[in-house]
Design a protein around this ligand. Structure first.
Ligand SMILES: [Zn+2]
Ligand SMILES: [Zn+2]
Length: 418
């Protein structure tokens, strides 16, 4: 039997591979999820060190030992990454590719990077809650954190979108095996990353199941990472966002409101629900014990993108409309776009805002929640297209799906031409 140091080198990716840049892993999408596969530049094959078995048998200090071959590091990472089920539309999102455009978003990015570092080093067991208005790239940051944890630190992460989490839990409970098939894996995974916590309808029953999940994780000291469009802070008593789903849901700090050129926000007497209004006292107070808070404030990335596009395409165009115009009814409609959308996408914004306006809490409460969740996801996709995020499929197909699902909910916008 050979000594460990006499074994041949393990198979490795080619350093100058144009496809994987020497990392050995290629990003792809697996249905709704992001995935990675091994690059075919990994050579020689089979691995000369283990003969392809993944295990080595060698003498270490005179004793026979079995070990795992180093060639298994990449497949192990790929398995962890694919287990995380990151959303396909963020397949390429990394912490490196998160573009911090101002001081506030730079601070948020640094906090996320620092957290990964601290957690990997065993210095913290407390998770993170990234909170801020829609369009700040919170999901990108969360995905970037999950990506780094799986690919660089061998951590087991599971990513879930909040409304989908609730609908999965509900389906499981309706079938009668929810605790075993749905709740247990979410309870046991080392790190649970919940995107957009507080979003959606949040019925009493859903919140009770959420409470069970969070409490069990709390009791076993498991880590939660989350994003929310709702601000932490005191309850306002307002349960539902004024503009049903994709309108403004977040009460920014006074400083952020001023920076975002919306000083009239408070003057209009709008009461915006906070996270505690949405998820209830019990879940909220547990969460606060389990996570550190990171505000993702700063300019709206969507608006910044539009501004840049406008500057590039129409250098003489006047600066965006002043945000001080008196609010029409409903008040949120004016805020939906204070900046001219990119050419060809005004239509998408109009469709999304119209639908969001039609999805009032009264209407939603009388509709099938599964279809509501479906539409909500589609509107999220639309918003991504507006933000300049590469769509998963042709925009026309997306619009067709949106109108189809809106029709199933009997929303008037489904019968209009878009
Ligand atoms: Zn390669
Ligand atoms: Zn090997």
């Amino acid at each position: 039997m050979k000594r460990l140091e006499e074994l041949p080198e393990h198979a490795t990716p080619s350093r100058d591979c144009p496809k994987c840049k020497g990392h050995g892993l290629l990003t792809q999408t697996l249905g709704f999820h992001a995935g990675v596969t091994l690059c075919d530049c990994i050579h020689p094959s089979p691995c000369p060190r283990c003969g392809g078995s993944g295990h080595i048998l060698a003498l270490m200090e005179g004793v026979e030992r079995v070990g795992r071959c180093k060639c298994q590091i990449l497949p192990d990472r790929a398995r962890l990454f694919n287990f995380a089920k990151l959303p396909a539309r963020y397949a390429e999102a990394t912490l490196e590719s998160y573009e911090a455009r101002d001081e506030a978003t730079r601070a948020a990015k640094e906090a996320a990077e620092q957290w990964v570092h601290d957690y990997a080093a065993g210095n913290t067991k407390r998770g993170l809650l990234l909170h801020g208005e829609v369009g700040r790239g919170k999901t990108h940051l969360l995905v970037g954190v999950a990506r780094r944890l799986t690919l660089e630190h061998n951590k087991r992460v599971r990513f879930v979108e909040f409304t989908l989490l609730l609908s999965e839990l509900m389906e499981g409970f309706e079938r009668g095996d929810g605790r075993k098939t749905v709740l247990a894996p979410l309870r046991d995974v080392e790190i649970l990353a919940i995107d957009e916590i507080g979003k959606g309808r949040c019925t009493e029953f859903e919140l009770a199941v959420l409470d069970e999940l969070i409490t069990q994780r709390y009791n076993t000291a498991k880590v939660i990472l989350a994003t929310s469009n709702y601000a932490p802070g005191n309850a306002t008593g307002e349960k539902t966002p004024n503009l049903a789903l994709h309108g403004r849901t977040y009460a920014p700090s006074a400083a952020a409101a001023a920076k975002n050129a919306d000083p009239g926000f408070y003057d209009r007497g709008l009461r915006v629900p906070t996270l505690v209004d949405r998820v209830g006292d019990r879940v909220y107070s547990r969460l606060l014990e389990m996570v550190g808070l990171v505000a993702v404030e700063g300019g709206d990335r969507r608006q910044i993108l539009h501004q840049q596009q406008n500057q590039q395409s129409q250098p003489q165009s006047p600066t965006p409309a002043a945000p001080h115009e008196p609010p029409p009814t409903p008040a949120y409609a004016a805020q939906a776009r204070s900046v001219e959308p990119r050419r060809g996408e005004a239509r998408l914004t109009a469709l999304r805002v119209t639908l969001a306006n039609q999805m009032t809490p009264t209407i939603l409460s009388s509709r099938d929640p599964k279809i509501v969740v479906q539409l909500e996801r589609l509107l999220g996709e639309l918003q991504d297209v507006e933000e300049g995020i590469r769509p998963e499929r042709p925009v026309e197909e997306l619009v067709r799906d949106v109108l189809h699902v809106a029709g199933r909910l009997n929303l008037p916008a489904a019968n209009q031409k878009w």
